[in-house]
Design a protein around this ligand. Sequence first.
Ligand code: PLP
Length: 411
Amino acid sequence: MPRINEHFLNLRAAYLFAEIRRRTQAFADAHAAARIIDLGVGDVTRPLPAAVVRAIHEAADDMARAETFKGYGPYVGYEWLRGEIAAQDFGPRGVALSPDEIFVSDGGKSDSANLQEIFASDAVVALMDPVYPVYADSNVVAGRSGPADASGRYAGMVYLPCVAENAFQPALPDRHVDLIYLCYPNNPTGAVATREALARWVHYARANDAIIFYDAAYEAYIVDEDVPHSIYEIEGAREVALESRSFSKNAGFTGMRLAYTVVPKQAVGRSADGRAHSLNALWARRVNMKSNGPPYVIQKAAAAVYTPEGAKQVRALIDFYMANARVIRDGLAAAGFTVYGGRNAPYIWFRTPAGVSSWEFFDRLLSELHIVGSPGAGFGPSGEGYFRLTAFGSREQTEEAIERIRARLRP
Ligand code: PLP
């Protein structure tokens, strides 16, 4: 028998959303008549924008003709898409990027899991707590964490608690760290970072030779004028920050799979002998080795998001989900819950009733009200005592879920 990577044994038994799906399925199997409303995993429910669907059809036709057929594409994505990304996602924010600083991939999940590969195996990792679980898990299996304690906390990682008491804004680490995961707008708390807060992080990273992985998967949901959309709006960020975005939650691409990560030319790390190395070159080398690029058809579909028609349709999708967010926010508040998020993000974060753990609340919501949410503890130890609902459901189901909560649940 070959030896396994024993760091896998340090992972929690199941990935959070897999465990939510498992419990939901078990309940559904045992209660066939229950009308379960799923506001848990955070998958979108609206169909793709019409401009995107048209682009898929056209791209399929390209694949059907010898003259326009495409085989392997560039490993890092087609330049026509990377050019649109640079021009339209960053240009208007005063950020000039060149297409070769943009790496198109099959998802923010894989990018956020894979980025740690280009850093030393003894790099010290800091992460927001609670946060999207992939950052922690990918570093656990890379051997950077050691085992977890009973609360799920890894001794080898630096947690940056984000709780109501600090308005979900983490303090800077109190020790040296090498790699910092920031997620804004945040999944799960819905919090955003001010320009000043982001500038503090950039300053910390520059002063401590750290790199920030900035996950802006929910950037399109920002409505407050003074909230930065990209970390590169902060002076000095190019040397110390990598930024990831996804087409999943703005354009409904969760089943299509497309995202990108920006690795600026100025970002560097060092080898043991002290020499500087371009992170852009390292990441390009890694992508060239491990990817043949996302499908042509999907990249064509993504390019349609940047047409005037596509952009308008994407905006309408976001507006739709944010109307759901208001329904949830207002309904929970009216039911007496203390509610956060749901303004610049499609997630609503609220406290569980006193003395009820987040997994107990999950089970209760499922068994009594037939509603699926996400327990805060699944996003990190500081998520205990909180719960997340998503705005990605249908309007009818969202309204019905809130009606069930208002009628039958008290904090
Ligand atoms: N980053 C964050 C913060 C997310 O919440 C998610 C999905 O929920 C992702 C990345 C993954 O996005 P994708 O569908 O592009 O893999």
